[in-house]
Design a protein. Structure first.
Length: 143
């Protein structure tokens, strides 16, 4: 999660979006990272980390024990109308567990990402110890 927070600091801040960092591990080893708007367009951290993983491992059927760390709960609705990270995670089908710190605040949309993912059988575990560090990434939006 510390690496995810460091990645979150790379986000170019914009008024209408959160700064989020994400890391993916495969079998306990660091695999890829992502952060908000790392790829041009309104891209999300989890989306960028997953795309990087698929670029590295095109044969996704061999991916095992894939864990996603993200500084904020995966989104369930995007104001841009793009596919949500929750949908992207469910479609890829290989994420076995998710750790996150901050619940998405109801600033732009009401997020139910955690509820949907847990309902689909993916454990979603909050790491409360690092909430303040993750919130600081979004000091342009809230304190
Ligand atoms: Zn998202």
């Amino acid at each position: 999660m510390q690496i995810a927070i460091q990645q979150g600091k790379n986000c170019p801040s914009v008024d209408g979006a959160y700064n989020v960092g994400a890391v993916i591990t495969v079998n306990g080893q660091f695999a890829t990272f992502g952060y908000s708007r790392q790829v041009p367009g309104n891209t999300h951290a989890e989306e960028n980390a997953l795309n990087a993983l698929l670029a590295k491992h095109p044969k996704k059927e061999y991916l095992e024990n894939v864990v996603l760390y993200t500084t904020m709960e995966p989104c369930s609705t995007r104001t841009s109308g793009k596919k949500s990270c929750t949908d992207i995670i469910l479609e890829c089908g290989f994420i076995s567990k998710i750790f996150y710190c901050v619940d998405e605040p109801p600033l732009f949309v009401d997020c139910v990402g955690k509820e949907i993912l847990v309902g689909a059988g993916i454990p979603v575990i909050q790491i409360p110890q690092l909430i303040n560090d993750c919130k600081k990434l979004n000091s342009h939006l809230f304190n």
